[in-house]
Write a protein of this length. Structure first.
Length: 118
């Protein structure tokens, strides 16, 4: 089985910009509830969209990556450090890219008398 890894080249937005837009959208949603019946329906629709869009945020620290899967199909790996917004329907799995090395040499220690202990 051959595996391929490629960088995520799809649509991503700065997370802070999207957070600001979602705050504006939340304000519009609250404003719609104070109108007529059509405004209440529009407010409910906006609240539903706002709730779905909220799940698109991704925060990456150094030496972290996120594997992006869109309805079971691999879409790439996001390796950039920062705060991003991607498609909320993508499954996101965080991975640590830090080296994990547990192969160390045994420590040689002597007891009180001077005998080696392994």
């Amino acid at each position: 089985m051959e595996t391929k890894e490629f960088n995520f080249r799809s649509f991503k937005v700065n997370g802070f910009l999207m957070f600001f837009l979602l705050l504006l959208m939340l304000g519009g949603t609250v404003f719609c509830f104070f109108g007529s019946n059509a405004g209440v329906i529009a407010g409910c629709f906006l609240a539903l969209i706002w709730f779905v869009l909220l799940f698109g945020f991704v925060k990456l620290e150094p030496n972290e990556a996120v594997v992006m899967i869109f309805f079971g199909k691999y879409k790439g790996v996001l390796k950039e450090t920062g705060f991003f917004w991607v498609n909320p329907f993508m499954s996101k799995k965080k991975l640590s890219m830090g080296a994990r090395n547990l192969n160390v040499n045994p420590i040689k220690v002597n007891d009180k008398v001077g005998n080696p202990i392994l």
